[in-house]
Design a protein around this ligand. Structure first.
Ligand code: IRO
Length: 309
């Protein structure tokens, strides 16, 4: 009942990890492959391996998480090797995330993917909030448009973009108008809400070391913002551009709400970090129960059908 068509492939269900969570190493990626998730995505890769920011750089907090990982990853070749060997034994197209720390690095990363045998779907992360001195690209609208123009000058494989959250109706309009110019496969909303601050009340102290405690917020805190972004883009983008809903998915009800807003695939970040890959099985069971109670047989019966007053 949860089958989800995305591009030309039908996944068993819409659930995935959010890039960054449980996908840094081959071992973690294999865990996801063995889990009930419909498919999974690799950690955002840079050209060279990166150590990332000093620890502690991630903290579970009562209603979610705060992180300033700083793009630690094993480098694009490590993940490309994994993806190429994965696709030899699996038919489901894998998702592959890249996040250069400059325009040129993004272009080089995508040239590498383009030149490779990779047959899956590439996600260009334009929203990392945690590399000191590097603003989130997709808050700069002319730069985003410029990058996508260059990318689509040579990149012919399926491509999506990971966006930061927007908070203003004018920004939804402006970003959608930019994205609609390009043959994107999808947009993924949202990345963590950048540069929040969590204080440990017993110590009067921040909980992560980088950037004096500032970091991206995920989990329950972000669901209303995530739903707003999914809905805003679902109602503004060309229907060929699908939406991946990410942010605040802890339960089947959260997954259901993202689908109601128009998401096609769903990514779980903070709750995967807290609960491990068993989270997928639980959320899928909860989502199926909700659908049975409401009399829906397929996700298509309610996707995007949010009612207004
Ligand atoms: O700090 C990170 O590695 C990180 C990335 I690239 C991102 O896109 N989102 C996030 O919350 N952390």
């Amino acid at each position: 009942m949860l089958e989800t068509k995305f591009l030309d492939f039908t996944y068993e269900n819409p659930l995935m990890n959010a890039s960054g969570v449980h996908c840094m190493t081959v071992e973690e990626l294999d865990d996801l492959s063995a889990s009930k998730a419909g498919v999974f995505i690799t950690k955002s890769a840079t050209l060279q391996e990166r150590a990332g920011n000093p620890e502690p750089r991630y903290a579970d907090v009562p209603l979610g998480s705060i992180n300033s990982m700083g793009l630690p990853n094993h480098g694009v070749d490590y993940y490309l090797d994994y993806a190429l060997s994965y696709q030899k034994n699996h038919t489901a197209p894998l998702f592959f995330s890249v996040a250069g720390t400059s325009v040129e690095e993004n272009i080089t990363l995508l040239e590498k993917v383009q030149a490779s045998e990779f047959k899956g779907i590439t996600e260009l992360n334009l929203s990392c909030p945690n590399v000191p001195g590097k603003p989130q690209v997709a808050y700069d609208f002319p730069l985003t448009e410029q990058i996508l123009k260059r990318v689509f000058g040579f990149f012919t494989k399926p491509l999506g973009v990971k966006l930061p959250p927007y908070f203003d109706m004018a920004h939804f309009d402006q970003m959608a108008a930019i994205l609609n110019q390009f043959p994107l496969t999808y947009v993924n909303s949202i990345n963590s809400i950048g540069n929040g601050l969590y204080i440990d009340p017993t110590r009067d102290q921040v909980v992560i070391r980088p950037k004096e405690g500032f970091g991206g917020i995920g989990g329950e805190y972000v669901k209303p913002t995530a739903l707003a972004n999914v809905r805003a883009f679902a109602t503004r983008l060309n229907p060929e551009i699908k939406i991946i809903g990410t942010g605040g998915i802890l339960t089947g009800q959260d997954a259901y709400e993202h689908l109601l807003c128009g998401a096609t695939m769903l990514q779980v970040g903070t709750q995967l970090q807290k609960e491990g890959p068993a989270v997928f099985d639980r959320i899928l069971k909860e989502l199926s129960t909700i659908m049975e109670q409401k009399g829906y047989e397929r996700i298509e019966d309610f996707r995007g059908k949010l009612k207004t007053i």
